[in-house]
Design a protein around this ligand. Structure first.
Ligand code: ADP
Ligand code: MG
Length: 383
């Protein structure tokens, strides 16, 4: 299998369903919230062109060349989506090509990764007025199916599930935890609801209801937990008679609103030591290990290490397309409360950035990889 590293958007758009797996990494900057503005927060993220993101001092740094010299503060993505980007533009840039491939019977996955409050749920689920990637993908799917309905039977099924503390739950039918088991098709969650969808209209309400079922943390009663991963599986099935044969194509698109990244990535030995066993998000850590292994072209991908990666085994790597949307917030203020400015800044830098081939030479990423390795060692020790 060929892994196209740091592939450019044009190449992928031209040929979405050709062989090999791809991992594309995008960054989406959310607008400054009213509250943040009132608190005097300034935007310290600069998107210089369509790919490069710089983190700047509070309003003092404007010089492109000087910024360029600031090591560890510059990140390159496959595309950078500034705070003016609409939900539809986010969908078009990141996910629409994957959907085309899903209709050809190829799996794909789209992740939103980032700190709590950075805009992951907004990007994935969105609001009634501004629906996100999940809803726009289903809308697009139905419209594409309508265009081709003359040439066969299409069905769409949805499953919406949660991984919280290594427990899998059905968000469409809350109840007892689901057991994962391996069968011919791969790893399945037994008893998981497969909702047959007929139109886009019903979907937003369904997903919002599902989102309400996400586990909340006892200390923040009304907030969905920053430690829960939500996965929407969109399964498109196609049957058609071609001569005397029946052709079947099944493609799955997994859309994932990941847990907040802030608690899973330690960036130095000091924070590493302060992390308690219970706070390590095993699934998030395992996902980053799998992605690192895929990016590095390793043969063995450690899917087995967590519930999330087991569930995504058939949608990550291999012949699948993978998209990572790194959500970032414009201000450091919300983190600055730790009032240790220097360290806070670098924590955010690393917390915002998922490993991508473009960064490979970047010292920051090597540090991140070291942190992941140490965390893995730490987890082994805690077992
Ligand atoms: P997360 O899921 O990463 O914790 P949310 O998606 O809940 O973060 O976003 C935090 C807040 O910011 C929410 O009130 C959300 O509506 C708002 N928000 C996030 N991204 C955007 C955006 N692109 N445009 C407008 N509001 C946004
Ligand atoms: Mg959220």
């Amino acid at each position: 299998e060929r892994i196209v590293q740091g592939g450019d958007l044009e190449a992928v758009s031209e040929n979405p369903s050709s062989g090999g797996s791809r991992i594309l990494v995008f960054v989406r900057l959310r607008p400054t919230a009213k509250k943040e503005e009132e608190a005097g927060s300034r935007c310290c993220v600069k998107i210089m062109n369509k790919r490069d993101v710089y983190l700047t001092e509070f309003g003092s740094e404007n010089d492109y060349l000087r910024l360029k010299r600031l090591r560890g503060r510059h990140f390159t993505f496959d595309a950078s989506l500034p705070d003016t980007t609409t939900q539809q533009e986010v969908y078009n840039t990141t996910t629409s090509e994957l959907l085309e491939a899903v209709l050809q019977g190829r799996n794909g996955s789209v992740f939103c990764y980032g700190a709590t409050g950075a805009g992951k749920t907004y990007t994935m689920l969105g609001t009634i007025d501004n629906p996100g990637v999940m809803v726009l993908a289903i809308k697009d799917l139905f419209s594409k199916i309508r265009q081709r309905s003359c040439d066969g039977d299409h069905t769409v099924h949805l499953s919406y599930l949660e991984v919280y503390n290594e427990t899998v739950r059905d968000l469409l039918s809350p109840g007892r935890p689901l057991v994962l088991r391996e069968d011919k098709q791969g790893i399945v969650a037994s008893g998981l609801t497969q909702y047959r969808a007929y139109s886009t209209d019903e979907v937003m309400a369904l997903l919002q209801q599902g989102n309400q079922n996400r586990t909340t943390e006892p200390t923040r009663a009304n907030e969905t937990s920053s430690r829960s991963h939500a996965i929407l599986q969109v399964i498109a099935e196609y049957h058609a008679r071609e001569g005397t044969n029946i052709v079947t194509r099944v493609g799955k698109l997994s859309l994932i609103d990941l847990a907040g990244s802030e608690r899973s990535l330690a960036t130095d030995q000091r924070t590493l030591r302060s992390i308690e066993g219970a706070n390590i998000n095993r699934s998030l850590l395992a996902l980053s290990s799998c992605i690192n292994a895929l990016v590095e072209g390793k043969k063995h991908i450690p899917y087995r290490n967590s519930k999330l990666t087991q569930l995504l085994k058939d949608s990550l790597g291999g012949a699948c397309n993978t998209v990572m949307i790194a959500n970032i917030s414009p201000s450091h203020l919300q983190f600055a409360q730790q009032n240790e400015k220097r360290r806070t800044r670098s924590t955010i830098l690393k917390g915002n950035c998922f490993n991508t081939p473009d960064h490979k030479k970047d010292e920051t990423v090597r540090e991140l990889q070291r942190a992941v390795k140490s965390l893995e060692a730490e987890m082994e020790r805690l077992k």
